[in-house]
Design a protein around this ligand. Structure first.
Ligand SMILES: [Zn+2]
Length: 272
């Protein structure tokens, strides 16, 4: 076994969240020490798009996805859809999202969520970008909608949360599933059973930091440095070593999101 940690990509984090205002550089440094080579920061509503861009400017290992979370769908105004699309693509995101449906909490109506979701689906198709999906208590609405859009290049079911039926649909559709702290919880045995339907070629690691800290983490505030703990917990489900799960999911993430090779990110910022 090598002395170096295997390469890891955190494909879903919110490091621009105020929870990290006190020690953001330390959090990123701990991530690097743990082998986390890239972080995809998810800028989930227009008011925070710019703070995510600033995070990327400050840290060459951070890239971003941009979109409108289903719980924020009511802010979407179809009248300004074209201007907003232009604004979003100007950020050079690696993906659109997180987008989808969330009926686990009170929030925007089905129709409001659908309009904002369809706008992001069409944007992802037009730009050839992957679409990062947020789904809670909405598997049927989600699959019904996505079945109408076969042109999507890549669909990522972030922090996959569903049953065997949703996993079978995802397998059939060729979706990717983000796995992290949620699947590590002791109570998540049904979720783990569903996930095992998916081959490792369809898996990527994610924290959803600052949320969903895995059991055994030092703090309830999740951070990318916890991903080796996630890999330790989940690798046996696919009969893999944690190292192999990290390596394979990193290769998946590199190809889905087309992360720029080392150094390109910082050069782009220097030229901007
Ligand atoms: Zn998220």
């Amino acid at each position: 076994m090598s002395d170096f940690p295997p390469p890891i990509i955190d494909t879903h984090a919110h490091l621009d969240d105020a929870a990290f205002d006190g020690d953001r550089p330390d959090v990123l440094e701990r991530a690097r020490q743990a082998g986390v080579q890239r972080v995809l920061n998810i800028a989930y509503r227009p008011e925070i798009w710019e703070q995510s861009v600033r995070l990327r400017q400050a840290h060459p290992d951070v890239e971003l996805a941009a979109g409108i979370h289903p719980q924020d769908a009511a802010i979407f105004n179809a009248k300004h859809a074209d201007a907003l699309a232009e604004q979003l693509l100007a950020l050079s995101p690696l993906a659109v999202g997180e987008a989808g449906f969330d009926f686990a909490r009170p929030g925007p109506t089905l129709q409001e969520q659908r309009v904002a979701f369809q706008w992001q689906i069409q944007l992802a198709i037009a730009a050839g970008l992957p679409l990062v999906i947020h789904q809670r208590d909405a598997a049927e609405q989600l699959t019904n909608e996505l079945d109408r859009w076969p042109e999507l290049r890549a669909i990522v079911l972030h922090s996959f949360d569903g049953d065997v039926r949703l996993a079978a649909w995802a397998l059939d559709r060729g979706c990717y599933a983000g796995i992290g702290g949620l699947a590590c919880r002791k109570s998540s045995h049904m979720l783990r059973e569903a996930l095992q339907i998916l081959p490792v070629e369809k898996l990527i690691l994610e924290t959803d930091a600052p949320y969903l800290a895995p059991p055994g983490a030092a703090s309830r505030r999740n951070e990318p440095a916890n991903l080796p703990l996630v890999a330790d917990t989940l690798a046996p489900l696919w009969n893999l070593t944690p190292e192999d799960l990290c390596r394979l999911t990193t290769a998946n993430a590199m190809s889905i999101f087309r992360f720029p090779p080392d150094g390109v990110g910082s050069m782009r910022e220097a030229c901007a």
